[in-house]
Design a protein around this ligand. Structure first.
Ligand SMILES: NC(=O)c1ccc[n+]([C@@H]2O[C@H](COP(=O)([O-])OP(=O)(O)OC[C@H]3O[C@@H](n4cnc5c(N)ncnc54)[C@H](O)[C@@H]3O)[C@@H](O)[C@H]2O)c1
Ligand SMILES: O=c1ccn([C@@H]2O[C@H](COP(=O)(O)OP(=O)(O)O[C@H]3O[C@H](CO)[C@@H](O)[C@H](O)[C@H]3O)[C@@H](O)[C@H]2O)c(=O)[nH]1
Length: 436
């Protein structure tokens, strides 16, 4: 099949590459000339394991190409995916200006039947809006619209796409349903065929549910701290129940990233506009926002509420490991707050430092772990990068000024940390102090 993908962010790029890798001819379109020039040479603007090799492979095998010219992508396309950003507006609503602009451009050039699919996460009703725009600009209705939301996670995007657990396909016509079902056949996955509105809703409901699991376990963690229980064991005990499941019960400093924060607020807005107060999701957001600041309370508790002049090593800036994406990362709130409180912050992230500097003014990001922890009064872990787990804790103790670790991601066992002589404060688990 010939596929055109408009927008080469995470979603456009990864889905474009994966559609081409399963045998389709794919043209990826973006307005950003510099980005397209780099992509043509196989240079990837984001850090995503495996992506660069797969892009190069598919360029070399003549299935994948990049352009800024939408007409080039539309020319022979059977299916066109809209995969541009839908960032939050000030009030939490999804900003549809990029989706609408693409719909308008498609309408200007549409001269043969195509299935136009929204892959971006969009409020219910957007498919209809895209249809109206294309029909009014093109002056005809020789096309079908569809919704095919994306469920990939950053950091494991290729794996998630190639091994997708389901493809949600929302259509208005049988023909569009057949085309998209055929396109997804090589993924050998569960197909959920439905109407456009339901497909749009599935995406928000899925993200809001996952965010709810995280805020739920974080509240359980907060209670665990008060009553002397261990949240990791509570989660383990809950997770064996198939109805609950083990996933997304990792307590910590809460969720960040480009999706959960914006999609939970968008769902509250979608419900509100329809006259419904989505109380659970509103509270999920509030719990999440408060949770990140627990780390500051824990740090202040060790230093009698005075962080001034303390050298604090911050490990991890990205919102999760294996990505350089800084969108809504807890570090954006936490690093400036530590600095405001007089702390001298030395931060290290294996890949996100450059992006972090753009969003955290005055950030002192050093180039390796050693430089961050040298003579630190305390180490604060914000991202669960595997390499932090592999740190030599005996050697670390020799390097830092005081053996104090505040762990926002529960990376180590409290008992082991105590035996090693650390003051170790994590989330929802017993505080231990092994200092002499
Ligand atoms: N990032 C994720 O992990 C993820 C996962 C699932 C769903 N989503 C959803 O997918 C959508 C895209 O997210 P993203 O993170 O890939 O976005 P992004 O903001 O990283 O990238 C969007 C791209 O679209 C391009 N663009 C904007 N207007 C354009 C136009 N008129 N023509 C051509 N290109 C244009 C931009 O230049 C940019 O490269 C969002 O709705 C998001 O909620 C994202
Ligand atoms: O048990 C957990 C699991 C995750 N997180 C945090 O939750 C955030 C999001 O993590 P994750 O879901 O792995 O990353 P994303 O790349 O944001 O992916 C989510 O958002 C995407 C965009 O919509 C969806 O496509 C994915 O299915 C959905 O998992 C990160 O800050 C994690 O640290 C926790 O705190 N505890």
């Amino acid at each position: 099949m010939n596929v055109c993908v408009v927008g080469t962010g995470y979603v456009g790029l990864v889905s474009g590459v994966c559609f081409s890798d399963i045998g389709n001819k794919v043209t990826c379109i973006d307005l950003d000339q510099e980005k397209i020039d780099k992509l043509k040479q196989g240079i990837i603007p984001i850090y995503e394991p495996g992506l660069s090799d797969l892009v190069l492979k598919n360029i070399n095998e003549n299935r994948l190409s990049f352009s800024t010219d939408l007409t080039e992508g539309l020319k022979d396309a059977d299916v066109v995916f809209i995969a541009v950003g839908t960032p939050p507006k000030e009030n939490g609503e999804a900003d549809l200006q990029y989706v609408e602009a693409v719909a308008k451009s498609i309408g200007e050039h549409l001269d043969s039947y195509k299935v136009i699919v929204t892959k971006s996460t969009v409020p219910v009703g957007t498919g209809k809006r895209v249809k109206e725009i294309i029909a009014s600009v093109s002056g005809h209705t020789n096309f079908d619209i569809a919704s095919n939301p994306e469920f990939l996670r950053e950091g494991s995007a290729i794996y998630d796409t190639m091994n997708m657990e389901r493809a949600v396909i929302g259509v208005e016509s049988e023909k569009a349903g057949e085309v998209l079902t055929e396109l997804h056949k090589p993924f050998n996955t569960n197909i959920v065929l439905t109407d456009v509105e339901t497909a749009e809703m599935i995406k928000y409901a899925s993200n809001a549910f996952l965010a709810t699991k995280i805020s739920f376990i974080n509240e359980v963690a907060n209670v665990c701290e008060l009553v002397g229980a261990d949240v990791t064991k509570v989660a383990e005990g809950m997770g064996f129940d198939n109805r609950i499941g083990k996933a997304f019960l990792q307590a910590g400093i809460g969720y960040g990233g480009s999706c959960f924060p914006k999609d939970t607020s968008a769902l509250v807005q979608i419900a509100g506009k329809a006259g419904y107060d989505f109380k659970i999701v509103r509270n999920v957001e509030e719990v999440n926002q408060n949770q990140r600041f627990k780390i500051i309370d824990k740090l202040e508790a060790v230093f009698n509420n005075d962080l001034s002049g303390r050298k604090i090593a911050v490990l991890g800036l990205a919102f999760k490991p294996n990505t350089d994406d800084m969108r809504d990362a807890p570090s954006i709130d936490l690093v400036p707050l530590l600095q405001e409180k007089g702390a001298d912050v030395f931060a290290f992230d294996p890949v996100a430092a450059e992006n972090a500097r753009k969003v955290i003014p005055g950030l002192n990001a050093v180039e390796n772990l050693q430089k961050a922890v040298n003579n630190a009064d305390a180490v604060v872990i914000l991202t669960d990068w595997p390499e932090f787990k592999e740190m030599d804790l005996v050697q670390l103790k020799e390097t830092i000024n005081q053996p104090i670790i505040i762990d926002g991601r529960n990376m180590f066992e409290p008992e082991t940390m105590k035996e090693l002589g650390y003051y170790y404060s994590s989330i929802g688990r017993p505080l231990v102090d092994g200092r002499e």
